[in-house]
Design a protein around this ligand. Structure first.
Ligand code: NAP
Length: 303
């Protein structure tokens, strides 16, 4: 467990933000920007310090701490593996958010939970609003949807942010896999019939902190909001754009239909998120995905 104390104001104890699963992409981006928020103290926990599915560990941890916000970045994110480990996926993605939410309720802490575009089944072919019908195509999506429902059922002061196609300079993701494969392979097949929007975890971290500041100013909101970068693309076009920005290699990228690239988990053909609600609430514009991709490539020292 790591603490980042930012004691800017000596007369008032800093407000405390707990970040669970902080070794992952989003957790690492929050840790990176934490020094820019000196009015908050941050507690970053890992899988090892605070296993979010363990009720005893949670209850002991929460009773020992002052917590004003809990940002749940812990998740089972292996979409294909989840098909053969549904119990584990449901434990971490569905049971654990309910347990965390209950602990937050006891402390009157705001619970900020992260969900996914895979709660939609791709049947609607326009940017998806928060109140559009859900319908999942794989175990991961079903486990994340159940997690949302566990939190909503408690009717507490919680914010659920649905996001999509997350990448970062931290952890493993599509951008880093493509960069590696461009150097190793002469040719690559990448799916061209799944449309979504990439999300730079650094931008999502900034928006989460904007929400915290929004609440600190006395504003209220509970429920679901969508967040992804603006624009839309396919995995193929995403790969082509990474290649366009990255140092040149001879690797040729071929567009292929999903049918030629079978995976254990089925994925929606369309899952672009409509982000007008979050932009209206926070009064902030969301960066275009290609601009954010460049920020990530700079953080990786690729450009
Ligand atoms: N990645 C995407 O493309 C994507 C898309 C849509 C939504 N999301 C959602 O966005 C959120 C953040 O995702 P991410 O990409 O940052 O995920 P990530 O990089 O896979 O990080 C998840 C973190 O959760 C930790 N974790 C796993 N099981 C845990 C447990 N039982 N107790 C405590 N920590 C545990 C992991 O630790 P270990 O590595 O030590 O197990 C890891 O540090 C998640 O809710 C995810 O479902 C992600």
């Amino acid at each position: 467990m790591d603490k980042v104390d930012n004691p800017s104001n000596q007369t008032k104890p800093a407000r405390t933000i707990l970040v669970t699963g902080s070794g992952g992409q989003l957790g690492s981006e929050l840790r990176k920007i934490a020094p820019g928020y000196p009015e908050f103290a941050f507690i970053f926990t890992s899988h090892h310090d605070l296993p979010v599915e363990n009720p005893e560990a949670l209850s002991k941890f929460f009773s020992d701490q002052r917590i004003d916000y809990c940002v749940n970045c812990a998740a089972y994110t292996a979409v294909d593996k989840a098909e053969s480990e549904p119990e584990k996926a449901f434990l971490i993605n569905a049971t654990a958010p309910g347990l965390l939410a209950r602990e937050c309720m006891k402390l009157q802490a705001k619970f900020i939970h992260i969900s996914t575009d895979y709660v939609y089944d791709g049947s609607i072919r326009r940017p998806l609003r928060e109140d559009d019908p859900v319908g999942t195509m794989n175990v991961y999506g079903a486990s994340k949807l159940k997690g949302e429902q566990e939190v909503v059922r408690l009717n507490l002061d919680a914010l659920i942010i649905r996001t999509s196609w997350v990448y970062s300079s931290f952890g493993n993701n599509f951008v880093k896999t493509m960069l590696r494969l461009f150097g190793e392979k002469e040719a690559l097949n990448v799916i061209n019939d799944q449309t979504g929007c990439p999300t730079y975890a650094g931008d999502l971290a900034e928006f989460i902190m904007a929400f915290v500041e929004f609440f600190e100013r006395g504003n209220h909101f509970k429920g679901i909001v969508n967040f992804c970068n603006s624009g839309e693309t396919t995995w193929y076009d995403f790969a082509r754009t990474i290649q366009e920005f990255a140092p040149k290699t001879a690797c040729v990228i071929h567009p292929v239909p999903t049918s030629q690239y079978p995976t254990p988990a089925r994925r929606p053909g369309y899952s672009v998120l409509d982000t007008s609600k979050i932009q209206g609430l926070l009064g902030m514009e969301i960066p275009f995905w290609k601009d954010s991709l460049q920020k990530c490539l700079k953080a990786l020292h690729v450009i």
